[in-house]
Design a protein. Structure first.
Lengths: 292, 272
């Protein structure tokens, strides 16, 4: 039996095992992967970085725990970047299994702000993050289209209380904040069709600057909206998160993962090439009258 | 981290390994983890819906009324209408009255359609068409800020998008045979589609590997917590829990190998 025919008949579980071994091995090897920052990611960073202190960003954590791997690093780095710049956040979680995870992330990042840090050569002192002053977590409501439209009229329509049950009017940060007119931009970190809702019912209806952080599976299909100007910026998958971490000078899980992504992709590309060569070689043998 | 929290962390790692074990073959650990995910998701969703949806948006808005007046004396009695329509959904469990559930369904679908059609048309179709019809920006043909072939807003990108979209549309025109010049244009269309599918595939591969890397990071964090005796909450039970799970994996692997070796010999099927 020829080498390539044997390759075609190989149990695919060997491929899984080999790939897993490569991922584990490269994770424990210390090396850094250079990051090329795409303009669509840079526009998100530049926009947030240029906002004056006190401005409000609406951050929609629209994903479930099954997309944490790609979108959680984006949440961590964007929220820390915003809070270090003394920006304020209105946070929603319009995906049904997301609110608890989002709440945990907010607490984790608040804790990390209690330590001073230096990013891009700028020293940021430690600060306490206060619920109701630095952020408001609105939580989850079903039927995202209605929620997005409702927030365009008044945040209090879909969310009379925040996630913790406090009426919005009693939160200092929300006293003069009514709707999207009072936020600088909306950033949706999404793993599903909610991002369609933000385009159609949010940006299309109310015209605010809209930025997306998406899972890798979704990214390619949203580039036309970036090209048409409906999206002001776009981050795709773990690579997008790594690019943002690179720009923010905040080494996180996404940049840590890039040293595994690179060899894993090389291995997959090699397997695809070998599989194709094997396929064409066996087809050629068949055509020349060899084994069927 | 307390010992109890470490046990939960270990359970999470067990769940991860149980799910990945499906790549080897279907097994009871995978089935357990699969059912656990579905059950936990459903249970969590019900509680979230109750506390984040029904309580603030319905119960609290009717709370100043009296139940013996059916809350008609509350300050927001109009909220009884959606409550009544929502209750009608439960008639689906009765064969005799299930037709009543069509009323809230009809209302929901009607509102959703009325809301969606103009906005979807304007934002997902018209704006995309307008973007494609923009005049080619010859002034910034090779990039809006200097020479950049990857700039999606450059004139060159606009031209590629326009030509690709037209060719892809022609590929889906089946009233004329794909021959001659028409066939060649349709072929460019299918190449454009293949490039699009390839980009999606590349991103999908990255997404799947990302999920795996995230689990590697979780396993590494679990291992580090298990042996980090500088942690003030370190418990001598941490490494024991770690090694118990490791032992379980090794035992399972040995059982599988023994079963594989003792499998009955494969019988060759007679040729048809």
């Amino acid at each position: 039996m020829q080498f390539f025919e044997r390759l075609m008949m190989m149990d695919r579980r060997w491929v899984f095992l080999f790939l897993a071994a490569v991922c584990f091995f490269t994770y424990y090897v210390e090396y850094d992967v250079p990051i090329y920052v795409e303009p669509e990611t840079e526009r998100i960073y530049t926009f947030i970085d240029s906002l004056p202190e006190g401005d409000i960003i609406l951050l929609a954590i629209d994903y479930d725990p099954n997309s944490m791997a790609e979108l959680h690093p984006m949440t961590y780095t964007i929220v820390e970047h915003a809070w270090r710049k003394n920006l304020r956040l209105i946070i929603t979680a319009l995906s049904q299994n997301g609110p608890g995870m989002a709440d945990q992330a907010i607490r984790d990042i608040s804790d990390s702000l209690a330590m001073p840090a230096t990013y891009n050569g700028v020293e940021y002192p430690a600060r306490e993050i206060v619920n109701g002053e630095d952020y408001v977590f609105l939580g989850y409501k079903p039927y995202y289209a209605l929620v997005i439209l409702g927030m365009g009229q008044d945040f209090r329509l879909p969310f009379p209380n925040d996630y913790y049950g406090t009426p919005l009017d009693s939160l200092p940060m929300m006293r003069r904040v009514v709707n999207y007119d009072h936020v600088a931009c909306v950033i949706s970190l999404s793993s599903g069709t909610i991002s369609d809702g933000w385009i159609s019912y949010g940006q299309g209806r109310f015209g605010f600057p809209l930025f997306f952080g998406l899972t890798g599976v979704m990214t390619a299909q949203y580039y036309p909206f970036y090209g048409s100007g409906q999206l002001s910026g776009l981050m795709g998958g773990m690579l997008g998160a790594a690019q943002y971490e690179f720009l923010a000078d905040n080494y996180g899980l996404a940049r840590d993962a890039m040293k595994v992504q690179l060899p894993a992709h090389v291995i997959i590309i090699l397997f695809i090439i070998m599989g194709n060569v094997g396929y064409f070689a066996s087809r050629r043998r068949e055509r020349l009258g060899g084994v069927s | 981290m307390t010992f109890g929290m470490y046990l939960w962390m270990t359970f999470g790692i067990f769940g991860t390994l149980a799910i990945f074990s499906f790549l080897y073959k279907d097994n009871p650990f995978y089935k357990f983890a699969e059912h656990l995910v579905v059950g936990v998701s459903a249970g969590y969703f019900v509680i979230i819906l109750w506390h984040n949806g029904l309580t603030p948006n319905l119960f609290q808005r009717l709370a100043d009324g009296d139940w013996y007046f059916l809350f008609l004396n509350s300050s927001r009695p109009e909220y009884l209408i959606p409550a009544f329509l929502g209750a009608l959904m439960w008639t689906r469990f009765s064969q005799q009255y299930s037709w009543l559930s069509r009323w809230p369904m009809a209302m929901y679908i009607g509102i959703a359609t009325g809301m969606a059609v103009p906005l979807e048309m304007a934002n997902r179709i018209n704006k995309q068409l307008f973007a494609m019809m923009n005049p080619i920006d010859f002034e910034h043909f090779f990039g809006t800020a200097g020479f950049d072939l990857l700039d999606p807003t450059s004139g060159l990108s606009q031209l590629i998008v326009f030509v690709g979209a037209m060719c892809a549309l022609i590929y889906f025109y089946f009233s004329k045979a794909h021959e001659g010049i028409f066939g060649r244009v349709a072929k460019i269309g299918i190449y454009t589609l293949m490039i699009g599918f390839g980009a999606s595939f590349g991103y999908t591969v990255m997404a799947r590997i990302s999920l795996f890397i995230n689990r590697i990071q979780a396993i590494e964090a679990w291992r580090m917590v298990g042996f980090d005796n500088t942690n003030e909450n370190y418990h001598s039970g941490f490494p024991i829990v770690f090694w118990v799970l490791m032992l379980g994996i090794v035992v399972y692997a040995i059982v599988e190998i023994v079963q594989y070796r003792n499998r009955p010999p494969e019988t060759k099927q007679p040729a048809a």
